[in-house]
Design a protein around this ligand. Structure first.
Ligand SMILES: [Zn+2]
Ligand SMILES: [Zn+2]
Length: 264
């Protein structure tokens, strides 16, 4: 839902990627792997990197999520916005902990008359940052604060309780894995660190999470309704680091202030 007359966003930051590949090569590679084994043509070589110079020019952003207020119970955005569009630059950024650079666009779609049919494609991508088109089936769940950010007494008593239980507060009960809007952030990779707005210094809040997997892979506690009893899938083909997630924060003072992301 991008207006035809509106310029498409490009990223001009510094990029790094061990292997640069063309998005169409990745799509072809994935299509071939879906074919029956005996009928597969030769796979494009995704180990051979395209020239590094291609990552130096402006890179067209890729759509990652489009969330409509009517579908999302915990939608966050300006009062007049009915959709949140999450895009990213599909390469690693040395000044952003080697993560994709996230770009947010809230809009009111009632003003959109002509939709851009063929958005610009990035010349090169990191293959794990090229999402496969999917439809989301949102469910509302209750979450609880990351344990180390709870009052110390409560945190200690949860730890004691865990010693007597088969459940883990972190992975089974407090913070859901998978794609989500709002809720609490997990800090299991680095321990908590402040996410403050670069513009005004305010403490930022979690807006969306872009995950490598829909569930946590081992337990059914957070499995989506339609996936109960089966292992968590990775339908989007997105892989953040070694199977982590990208937690995207916004500034509660202003939706105009730039977002920030943490990889956990
Ligand atoms: Zn970039
Ligand atoms: Zn701010």
């Amino acid at each position: 839902m991008w207006p035809a007359e509106e310029p498409w966003p490009y990223c001009e930051r510094e990029h790094e990627a061990s292997v640069l590949v063309k998005p169409d090569d990745v799509r072809r590679w994935r299509q071939i792997l879906l074919m029956p084994k005996g009928e597969r043509p030769e796979l494009p070589d995704l180990d051979e990197s395209e020239p590094e110079e291609l990552a130096h020019g402006p890179i067209a952003m890729l759509p990652v999520m489009q969330l409509y207020r009517k579908d999302i119970p915990d939608f966050i955005g300006p009062a007049d916005a009915d959709v949140l569009q999450v895009l990213w630059c599909p390469l690693d950024h040395p000044d952003e902990h080697y993560s994709p650079h996230v770009f947010l666009k809230w809009r009111n779609t009632s003003g959109v008359t002509e939709v851009l049919v063929d958005p610009p494609q990035p010349v090169v991508v990191s293959d794990s940052y090229l999402p496969e088109p999917c439809v989301l089936h949102p469910e509302q769940v209750a979450e609880y604060q990351y344990r180390l950010l709870l009052p110390p007494d409560l945190s200690a008593s949860i730890k004691d309780w865990e010693a007597t239980s088969d459940l883990s507060y972190q992975s089974d009960l407090s913070i859901s894995p998978g794609y989500k809007v709002a809720g609490f952030a997990s800090w299991h990779l680095t321990d908590p660190y402040p996410m403050d707005c670069d513009e005004c210094g305010s403490a930022m809040s979690l807006l969306v999470t872009i995950a490598s997997y829909d569930g946590n892979g081992t337990e059914d506690s957070w499995a989506p309704v339609e996936d109960q009893g089966s292992r968590a899938g990775n339908d989007t083909e997105i892989l953040i680091g070694r199977g982590y997630a990208l937690w995207v924060f916004f500034c509660p003072q202003s939706f105009e202030h730039p977002c920030k992301a943490s990889m956990q």
